[in-house]
Design a binder for this molecule. Structure first.
Ligand code: SAH
Length: 344
């Protein structure tokens, strides 16, 4: 953790900020003003021109405002996708990606520095360094808006890290972006992706948020899934799909199952049969992802079109994810990986 002695003000929800300010003898509207400044990406109290100089100095003595540094920015020549590598206050770095669609602009954010889940196909395997704080997840959205001048309407938590392994901070981040006084992004415009931490899925179900949950399945059978995703040894496909079923029953929200197609590993007809049976059980839909090849990995992409057709024949609701930003390593984790390698 970064060891600032001052409090991280941007991680506070409006009600908490009001409480803090009340304890300092400040009226409620001051908290509202400051929250608004923070939500529009203010990087110092001095920018908050509707506060007196004395008050700015006082707040600056108590609170700290996180400010990420743009370490790298890459823009795709083909589709305008933009990828950022953000430097954090303790010298670590995380990535986010801005994707522009007809329906709006979507940012894919990271939730941890590194990741402990160790999925075989992922560029971010190799261990978690630390959890991101709510402010640091929020900064990826705020600074994308600041740097590009584009308004963000959608958020996907599919960057580096396992969001349900950083539950409290991720929940707080979701509530922060959801605040009407802040970015005001509706839960239905937010997706969260997990590798399948069953207790986290149950905990999320209890919150009963209207966000879209994506579950990284990648194989319908434990033999294959265990070989790709160590988490399967802890919670196998049956336990995972039971939790998904419970999630659907509690929230009424259909789950999207991510499936990165890997040639000769998870693309057989028998696996299409098994996947179809699972989708009947959980009432979910499959999002096929063409595997992004990671440097040094022997895993190769399968034929997504063919497998999508096989699933359709079996009555599965399936979409194939469009690839954006292929020319800028937009697959999460790849820019951080490359930059770390170069700096070594
Ligand atoms: N930890 C979370 C979220 C981060 S990964 C999770 O596992 O879901 C976001 C998605 O990208 C996951 O579905 C993950 O399995 C997938 N992914 C990771 N590496 C990939 C690669 N090389 N090609 C295609 N998809 C990949």
């Amino acid at each position: 953790m970064p060891n600032e002695t001052k409090k991280d003000i941007k991680s506070l929800l409006p009600a908490e900020l009001e409480e803090e300010f009340a304890a300092l003898g400040l009226p409620k509207f001051r908290a509202k003003q400051v929250f608004k400044w923070l939500s529009s990406g203010a990087s110092s109290f001095d920018e908050m021109t509707d506060l007196s100089k004395d008050l700015r100095a006082k707040l600056g003595g108590i609170y700290h405002i996180t400010v990420p540094a743009v370490l790298r920015r890459q823009t795709s020549a083909s589709d305008g996708t933009e990828k950022f590598l953000w430097g954090l206050s303790d010298g670590n770095a995380v990535e986010s990606v801005l994707m522009c669609y007809d329906y709006g602009n979507s940012v894919c954010v990271s939730s941890q520095v590194g990741c402990n889940m160790g999925c075989a196909f992922c560029a971010s395997r190799g261990g978690k360094i630390r959890d991101l704080r709510p402010s640091e997840i929020l900064d990826q959205v705020l600074w994308t808006e600041k740097e590009t001048g584009k308004k963000v309407s959608n958020i996907v938590m599919m960057g580096i890290g396992e969001p349900l392994d950083n539950f409290e901070n991720v929940e707080r981040f979701l509530r922060l972006v959801n605040c009407p006084e802040g970015l005001n992004i509706g839960m239905r415009h937010i997706s969260l992706s997990t590798c399948g931490l069953v207790p986290g899925i149950d905990r999320l179900a209890e919150l009963d948020l209207q966000l879209t949950l994506s579950v990284s399945l990648h194989a319908p059978d434990d033999e294959t899934r265990t070989s790709l995703m160590p988490v399967d040894r802890r919670w196998n496909v049956a336990e995972l799909t039971d939790a998904c079923r419970r999630y659907f029953e509690k929230t009424g929200r259909r789950i999207s199952f991510e499936y990165a197609l890997i040639r000769g590993v998870n693309d057989s007809d028998a696996q299409a049969d098994e996947l179809a049976a699972l989708m009947k059980k959980v009432r979910g839909h499959v999002n096929l992802i063409p595997l992004n090849e990671v440097d040094g990995s022997p895993l190769k992409p399968g034929d997504a079109k063919r497998f999508a057709a096989a699933l359709k024949e079996r009555g599965v609701n399936v979409t194939v994810r469009r690839r954006l930003g292929a020319d800028i390593d937009a697959a999460c984790g790849q820019l951080r990986k490359r930059t770390m390698k170069e700096s070594r």
